[in-house]
Design a protein around this ligand. Structure first.
Ligand SMILES: Cc1cc2nc3c(=O)[nH]c(=O)nc-3n(C[C@H](O)[C@H](O)[C@H](O)COP(=O)(O)O)c2cc1C
Length: 618
């Protein structure tokens, strides 16, 4: 089966006939990849071209979607960005019909050989600092094709694992230094050892694919681009911990990931990699998908277990930890998607290979969703220990519009905001914790000076407060009270005592909430107070929002020197707050102004007469 798969892959790679790959993961689809795909298909028909058009997952270049690559004979694959329908036709005619790759739209080449004037993708700024291991196949293989996975080392880790004892499997994972990629960063091998040695049968394995952090899509991309990697990792984990049943808990909001997983599970069963007597070894393991309704708290282990059991997704106190008493009271391991896919890699390539990259206590590579005000947002995979600066500036290209970098939020609602002055902090579990944030599952939101840090804290707290299951008093009432105070501050109703109360509440909720949601909810608030206290003080004492975000603490006014009296602002104001005769200076009545900013938006750029300033004009 493997040699047939390799042959099929080599034919594909040879570019005879040419192969067109279109990224149709969620990011590609939202950028119009299906229109591109349709245009390419009909053009191939019209031109009578003998070529293969293939759908692939995300290559990580979300900023350049839709992306399309063309592999033709005797030259490397050329990857093109921002390929809308008309660009698709142009590229097809020039590259495939005339044999002239279009330098203008090319992002880089993949594979051996050179194409004049087009850089190798691996040498471009986006890729040269990355080490792609988990994401190696994403964007290259057809995720619905088992033979593509097989031809690229797939299931070779499982092949080794079926001949290994459970001790050896756990030893390999421990030796690799792999720590959980879902947030807590606990040593995976150690956790597995607890479960294996725990009393009680059967044992269960759960893959946590709930991924609820705002701005995070690492797990989704992997599932959409390379679903067999998770299945292989799960079967190996099952053998390691002694489980014959596994569950994938994935939110129903991920329909494409679910579809790709369902296809992959069926293929793996048919090929003997899943189900009874795996690869003739006598080991049985099967996987059931459980769709979650998208409640953030269901990502917490004990709530997730309750949800699979058919109960409301509410956490319970730990201990006992799931490794000892989990699903239906039996020893259960819960691991993140990336953790389990890493296990497949460790078995494929060896523990030492895995630990080659990374820092002393954070081994390997990690995927991050680099988003926000960065020039090249997308999915990146980097060796742990790389600095925040390298990620944002070298890989991400710096801050959009060349504005000033202010802070980066890592770890989602459980994490914190790291200020620009700490941008040389290494990205690893312990260094990020030391500066008051966490690595979490890999969300990284870049902010410029237009962000108000009090507003950012409020945004994350609004999220956790809404997502709190309400089961314990500290979280239910504490997050509500904290949010009320933050709202007051952003509305100019805060007092200096509020800051002390806020910090006291943070400590109380952190120390007494039942689960991780409540225990970590104060982190965005604490980190913004720690690093951006002056902004809180400006809101409270001066009644000003320095970043000009909080509506109650800003004003719009018309510069009489610049105003030409064109009337655009009058027409755009929904509150009737602007007045003035044609060709005469206009004015804003501050008592009527609702600070929506429509006047500033509509003021012609050549006048630039409407300005927004921190503070209120009375
Ligand atoms: C509120 C909350 C939400 C969480 N959401 C996720 C999630 O979406 N995915 C995930 O892998 N872990 C999530 N976690 C962490 C898990 O509870 C757990 O630590 C993790 O799945 C363990 O896997 P790992 O050891 O492979 O990291 C969440 C934790 C909390 C408290």
């Amino acid at each position: 089966m493997v040699s047939r798969a390799r042959l099929e892959w080599e034919t594909l790679q040879s570019g005879q006939p040419p192969v067109i790959r279109v990224g149709t993961a969620t990011c590609g689809r939202s950028a119009g990849a299906f229109k591109t795909l349709t245009a390419l298909r009909s053009a191939a028909g019209n031109l009578g071209l003998d070529c293969r058009i293939m759908e692939v997952g995300c290559l990580g270049l979300c900023y350049a979607e839709p992306v399309v690559s063309i592999a033709a004979a005797f030259r490397p694959q050329v990857l093109y960005g921002w390929v809308d329908e008309s660009r698709a036709l142009e590229i097809m005619e020039k590259d495939l019909v005339k044999g002239e790759p279009v330098e203008e739209y090319a992002l880089g080449t993949l594979g051996r050989g050179r194409v004049k004037q087009i850089p190798r993708l691996s040498q471009t700024d986006v890729f040269k600092h990355q080490v792609r291991r988990i994401l190696k196949r994403c964007g290259m293989i057809d995720p619905a094709c088992l033979s593509h996975y097989l031809a690229n080392n797939g299931y070779s880790g499982l092949k080794k694992a079926v001949d290994m004892g459970w001790e050896e499997i756990i030893e390999a994972v421990t030796a690799s230094g792999l720590r959980g990629r879902g947030g807590a960063g606990f040593a995976t091998g150690v956790k597995w050892g607890f479960c294996r040695k725990a009393e009680g049968e059967p044992k269960y394995l759960i893959c946590n694919a709930d991924e609820g952090d705002p701005g995070a899509f690492m797990n989704r991309s992997l599932l959409e681009g390379d679903p067999h990697a998770l299945i292989e990792g799960m079967v190996i984990a099952g053998k390691g911990i002694g489980a014959s049943r596994g569950f994938i808990y994935c939110r129903a909001e991920y329909p494409l990931a679910l579809e790709r997983l369902e296809t992959a599970i069926k293929q793996a069963r048919r090929a003997g990699f899943l189900g009874a007597d795996i690869m003739g070894s006598g080991f049985d393991f099967d996987i059931t998908i459980k769709k979650g309704a998208g409640a953030f708290v269901c990502g917490e282990e004990t709530a997730l277990i309750a949800s699979i059991e058919g109960r409301r997704g509410m956490p319970r106190p730990r201990p006992p930890f799931p490794a000892v008493s989990g699903l239906w009271g039996k020893p259960t391991i819960i691991n993140n998607v990336e953790t389990l896919a890493s296990v497949a890699l460790i078995l494929q390539q060896g523990a030492k290979w895995y630990a080659d990259f990374g820092s002393e206590k954070s081994k390997g590579t990690k995927t991050f969703a680099l988003v926000g005000e960065v020039k090249r947002p997308g999915l990146v995979e980097v060796p742990l220990g790389i600095t925040i600066r390298e990620m944002i500036f070298d890989i991400g290209g710096g801050v959009r519009g060349d504005k000033e970098f202010k802070a980066v939020q890592t770890g989602g609602p459980s994490g914190g905001c790291i200020p620009a002055r700490l941008q040389d902090t290494p990205v690893d579990y312990d260094s990020l914790t030391a500066v008051g944030s966490i690595m979490g599952s890999g969300g990284m939101v870049v902010m410029n000076t237009d962000s108000c840090m009090v507003d950012v804290a409020k945004y994350f707290l609004e999220f956790t407060q809404k997502e709190s299951c309400g089961g314990c008093v500290p979280c239910r009432l504490g997050t509500k009270q904290m949010l009320d105070i933050l709202e007051d501050i952003t509305e100019g109703k805060g007092s200096i005592e509020d800051l002390d109360i806020l910090e006291e509440l943070c400590r109380a909720v952190k120390g007494s909430a039942l689960c991780g949601l409540g225990q970590t909810a104060p982190n965005p608030v604490l980190s913004t107070i720690r690093y951006f206290k002056s902004e809180y003080l400006a809101h409270i004492v001066e009644k000003k929002c320095p970043a000009r975000v909080c509506r109650a603490l800003i004003s719009y006014f018309i510069d009489p020197e610049a105003c030409a009296g064109c009337g655009s602002c009058i027409k755009s104001c929904p509150a009737g707050a602007v007045s003035g005769r044609k060709k005469k200076v206009h004015v804003i009545d501050q008592s009527k102004c609702i600070r929506c900013g429509a006047c500033m938006e509509k003021c012609p750029a050549r006048f630039h007469a409407v300005q927004c300033i921190p503070g209120k004009i009375f």
